[in-house]
Design a protein around this ligand. Structure first.
Ligand SMILES: *Cc1c(COP(=O)(O)O)cnc(C)c1O
Length: 380
């Protein structure tokens, strides 16, 4: 059982779609299909513009954004509450004029008031960037409030929502996001291999005016601007099978209904957090109010190593978890509730496996209390 933070187990419908025939990309049937997938994406992201699909997993997408969106005239404020926010700053640094950072301990989230103060002290800030759900920390930044402050300042807003989109209510336009980066391989329950970009009209203008935006490159976003329309050329061959999978993932998401999908992510995470606390363990996030509905990050007792816990959970219970990254490396176990495993019973299974593994490694945890606490959240 894969209870990781991505890649995650794929939905059965998605696996079936991966076995669809591989059409030639200039077959009119594929061209129309591709346009239709892009329009479904637009529906899912609720945007005025048609989203862009890039042919590589979201790390490629984030680097494409760094190269295409930023230029030497930009004064960038990068907000850092975890490893992905930190890493994005390093991708942007070589492309921009000046990189400013506002950092918070990785078990807290960015404070909107501090962002406002920083913007007021530097009127020349032209872009603000943030990771919405910094997965290694399992915390959710207040992106809507920050977006409002950024818009009032007149800057553009770049958001990494790779591991939160489709797992909770996060849409680019209500949050004033100009460049919204996500992917199918987390909450949409598809395999890794694509990036999805929500691009505002202002973002398109900015990229067109950017003399250093890549062209004829895998990092080019501009090359894909019109590719969604049937009859328009692709810059290079799209990943046909991954598009088939994305199509099935989108159908599933839209048919179940976004609200219902978000609700089961939230319920699973709440059941999981209740169980962790009842077991006598601690959540990494400083408060429940900032804990993610798509990932539960559990602080490890100092007497065990993350790799031992992972090994015992897998060998004894057949459950695979994720470990930490950056500041959380060696200090946590991460339980993913994304896509198909965002069902409350997986919280119970995950708790049983984690408590079982910890118990075997000599930690005094109450597995029974953990499962009972999760069940009582589920019953409510
Ligand atoms: C998963 C993820 C990415 C993509 O990174 P990979 O490690 O290559 O899967 C980017 N940003 C966030 C916040 C993520 O969770």
């Amino acid at each position: 059982m894969t209870l990781t933070t991505g890649p995650v187990d794929a939905y059965p419908e998605v696996l079936r779609a991966l076995s669809r025939t591989v059409l030639y990309d200039y077959d009119p049937a594929f061209q129309h299909f591709y346009e239709n997938v892009c329009l479904k994406l637009q529906k899912a992201l609720e945007t005025k513009t048609v989203p862009v699909i890039l042919q590589g997993e979201p790390v490629l997408g984030l680097q494409a954004v760094a190269a295409s969106f930023f230029n030497k005239a930009d004064i960038v404020l990068n907000l850092v509450s975890g490893a992905y926010g930190d890493g994005f700053g390093e991708w942007v640094r070589p492309h921009c004029g000046e990189l400013l950072e506002l950092r918070t301990p990785f078990n807290e989230v960015i404070d909107v008031e501090k962002v406002r103060q920083m913007l007021a002290s530097r009127p020349d800030i032209s872009v603000v960037s943030i990771c919405h759900h910094d997965t290694p920390s399992g915390t959710i930044n207040p992106v809507a409030a920050i977006g409002q402050a950024v818009r009032e300042h007149g800057a553009l807003f770049v958001v990494d929502a790779v591991s939160s989109f489709a797992g909770m209510d996060i849409m680019p336009e209500p949050c004033c996001v100009d460049m919204f980066v996500t992917g199918p391989n987390k909450c949409m329950g598809c395999p890794p291999g694509l990036t999805i970009l929500g691009v505002s009209e202002r973002a398109w203008k900015k990229m067109h005016a950017n003399p250093t935006a890549p062209r004829d490159s895998v990092l080019s976003i501009l090359d894909w601007e019109h590719a969604w329309k049937a009859g328009q050329p692709f810059p290079y061959t799209p990943s046909v099978s991954e598009i088939n999978a994305l199509d099935a993932g989108l159908d599933r998401y839209l048919e179940e209904g976004p609200q219902a999908v978000w609700t089961r992510h939230d319920l699973t995470a709440r059941a999981c957090r209740a169980g962790i606390k009842a077991a006598g363990l601690e959540i990494w996030a400083a408060h429940d109010s900032i804990a993610s509905p798509t990932t539960t990050v559990v602080r490890l007792p100092q007497t065990v190593t993350d790799t031992d816990v992972l090994e015992v959970a897998r060998r004894r219970y057949g459950v695979i978890f994720s470990i930490g990254r950056g500041e959380t490396k060696g200090r946590v176990i991460r339980i993913g509730h994304m896509g198909p495993t965002a069902q409350p019973i997986y919280a119970v299974a995950g708790l049983a496996a984690l408590c079982g593994a910890l118990g075997e490694l000599g930690v005094d945890v109450d597995a029974g209390a953990a499962c009972a606490a999760a069940l009582s959240v589920i019953r409510q």
